[in-house]
Design a protein around this ligand. Sequence first.
Ligand code: HPA
Length: 259
Amino acid sequence: MMGIIGGTGVYKLVERGNLKEKKVLKTPFGESPPVSIFMLEDHEVAFLPRHKEGHDLPPHMINYRANVYALKMLGVDRILATNAVGSLNESLKPGEFLIPDDFLDFTRSRPFTFYDDRAVHVDVTQPYCPQLRQTLISNGQKVDGRVVESGVYVCTEGPRFETPAEIQMFRKIGGAVVGMTGLPEVVLARELEMCYASICMVSNYAASVSSEKITLDEVFEVAEEKKKELTRLIHNSILNISDNRECPCSHALEGAEIE
Ligand code: HPA
């Protein structure tokens, strides 16, 4: 089954599907937000709002382990996530999308693994599922506006936005976009052998890339404006992806620990 994790401004994605049920899952890591299970033509899809509905939870307080585990319990094997981001370059504009192919992790206080009781070291040479990414990229051609095919996602701890010095550093070390919610989610999915790809929605230029002050209002405004395109991209990707998982994600735990 396909799972969707909706970020800021994306609390519902069932408009074109048929809602079957909504349920809270009890995981070993705590409860999930209410997950909507719906049919998109003949595909069953689970939708989980990362921040809970109405944006109650700040990025560092989200229970990423409960969220990913809840989707696994439902039988989800592939996750499409949406993440609001700031752009580190003038050439990538608010309203555009980017499909990241790598990340830099600057988070510091979040539970970041399912394996605290044994040494499991998953490989993240390709941190985002190559097959899911390719599906997003090819379906991105049908979306109004630009979908950038790769780039490094920088994850900060938040909840504050970044300083100019931090943004200059992120640019120098190869970052394309900056957000607060992509980690540890992407790694937790890999730890459970689930495919994971992200659609980053650029809501603003990062601090000092433009001289404007960054506000949460603009983040929500762009999310609202781009909701239709985002929904279209996700729905088309779900309808067009092949049923077979032709990627390394499904056997990520092979070789990750001593036998
Ligand atoms: N920085 C961090 N997270 C964000 C930003 C930003 O500029 N915009 C949206 N999420």
